[in-house]
Design a protein around this ligand. Structure first.
Ligand SMILES: Cc1cc2nc3c(=O)[nH]c(=O)nc-3n(C[C@H](O)[C@H](O)[C@H](O)COP(=O)(O)O)c2cc1C
Length: 455
């Protein structure tokens, strides 16, 4: 039993939950997004359930148009949120074991700053930091950083690739044993163990070293979620945890085979990458009970909100369309520049001849929904693990804290009984808990650069 593969579970935390009506569910805390105590309590609850990762998504922008629709939507996640890295620093102090994942975009930051901030979080949390590398998928953010629109998809990913290389190069500035603080010889560090980076690429020029010792994990864990061709290539080369978007078991298996199959050409083995499938989980006494609960939340979503969301993800304005008539196929734009998976899912539903309201009821942003008793949810999870659709799950808990409590108190014990979920954390870092090796410093004797490009 001890040899069974263990499910990795991450919690994607939005204030009040990921469901569009979470803030309207009785008992919700209106100002949750501005209350660090709230996040700390959610992280402690995750720790009670031995979850691996407490994860905060981010886009560095408020929405500037369509404010009437936004004002009805939950999404403090866009309009009123903390900076994720600063948030995780405060969560680090209130937790002991759980990994702390924060999103920082490679399209709008400088590698030196990002390397320094994540190295700092890794030190502060004793090796629990994870960086979600995103290229960002909307123009609101671009406009905050001197651009009118996002650079094209390919350019964003080319920049991301170089960005990650510079960051890991900076994390290797100091060999692990560089700082000795030897009062006898009067040496704080060994000068030979300092290695300035001399990087000059298409997008970045960095000639210097990080002013912080090597992070406890060597490198904080690299997380990623791109699902385009370029996104998958970047993930295959650099990511250690990938959030997969797949609405069904078959799609998840295909995604996993595809992504893990790309790793060999970068000199990596499939177990150096954990794929966490995004799933919505609602636990009830019975499946019918769970579905009723989810339906009651769906009804709370204002039509302005789902019409705007579908329009954004389809990258076109749908607000003139009637809610209860099929969406005309000619309204589908010819190409997608933002979230291709979401775009394709909506196109599929339009092709079925559904109305806007019906599409809103079915559209789940490329996530499978596991609704049922704790045993049924555990059955689904076990099946996905056994059939190698993923290594675990990234769960955007729909309504907090309730759906997280149900998972921790009911599903986790069921998974533990089956021997596929840890009874406790191992002492150590996020890497140790995920079973990921600690990257050697590229300059230390006998080691090679880990992120070599495929030839
Ligand atoms: C679980 C999950 C979390 C994500 N978090 C973020 C995020 O915080 N910020 C962001 O800009 N994109 C986020 N994304 C989107 C992806 O990182 C990526 O930008 C998007 O899928 C477009 O990339 P692609 O064209 O390669 O698919 C997330 C996706 C998933 C599935």
């Amino acid at each position: 039993m001890a040899d069974k593969k263990q499910i990795v579970v991450g919690a994607l935390i939005y204030p009040n939950g990921a469901h569009d009506a979470s803030w309207l569910v009785p008992g919700a805390q209106g100002n949750a997004s501005n209350d660090i105590g709230y996040y700390q309590r959610m992280a402690q609850l995750c720790e009670r359930g031995k979850l691996d990762l407490f994860f905060i998504a981010d886009t560095p922008a408020a929405r500037t148009d369509d404010l009437k629709a936004w004002s009805r939507s939950p999404d403090p996640a866009f309009m009123n949120v903390f900076d994720p890295l600063l948030l995780q620093t405060a969560v680090a102090g209130a937790t002991k074991h759980i990994g702390l994942g924060a999103t920082v975009s490679t399209s709008f930051a400088e590698p030196y700053t990002v390397a320094r901030q994540f190295a700092t979080l890794d030190h502060i949390s004793n090796g629990r930091a994870g960086w979600n590398v995103v290229t960002t998928a909307n123009d609101y953010a671009a406009r905050n950083y001197g651009l009118d629109n996002l650079p094209p998809h390919g350019e964003r990913y080319a920049r991301a690739e170089e960005f990650v290389d510079v960051v890991t190069g900076l994390w290797d500035t100091w060999e692990d044993d560089a700082f000795i603080y030897d009062t006898e010889t009067v040496r704080a560090f060994v000068p030979e163990k300092f290695h300035a980076l001399k990087h000059e690429g298409d997008f970045y020029k960095v000639n210097g070293g990080l002013n912080l010792s090597r992070p406890p994990q060597g490198y904080p864990v690299i997380l990623q979620a791109g699902s385009s061709e370029t996104g998958k290539e970047l993930a295959a080369r650099t990511a250690e945890v990938v959030f997969g978007s797949a609405a069904s078991l078959d799609l998840a298996k295909e995604f996993s085979r595809d992504l893990k199959g790309r790793m060999a050409k970068f000199g990596r083995s499939p177990d150096e990458l954990k794929i966490l499938s995004g799933i919505t989980v609602v636990v009830g006494e019975t499946e019918e009970d769970a579905r009723k609960t989810l339906a009651s939340w769906q009804e709370l979503i204002h039509p302005d909100v789902f019409v705007a969301q579908l329009g954004r993800d389809l990258e076109t304005d749908l607000s003139d369309l009637p809610l209860d008539e099929p969406v005309p196929a000619e309204r589908v734009p010819s190409v997608s520049n933002f979230h291709k998976t979401y775009f394709d899912e909506i196109v599929g539903l339009i092709k079925e001849g559904l109305t806007l309201r019906q599409i809103a009821g079915r559209y789940n942003r490329a996530k499978a929904t596991f609704c049922g008793s704790a045993k049924q949810v555990a059955d689904h999870m076990e099946q996905w693990l056994e059939e190698e659709a993923c290594d675990g799950f990234m769960i955007p808990f729909p309504v907090l804290p309730g759906t997280l409590e149900d998972f921790v108190d009911q599903v986790v014990p069921e998974l533990q009984r089956r021997g596929i979920y840890k009874m406790d954390y191992v002492e150590g870092t996020l890497r140790d808990n995920l079973g990921l090796t600690r990257p050697a410093n590229r300059y230390a004797a006998g080691t090679e650069k880990r992120t070599a490009k495929a030839s």
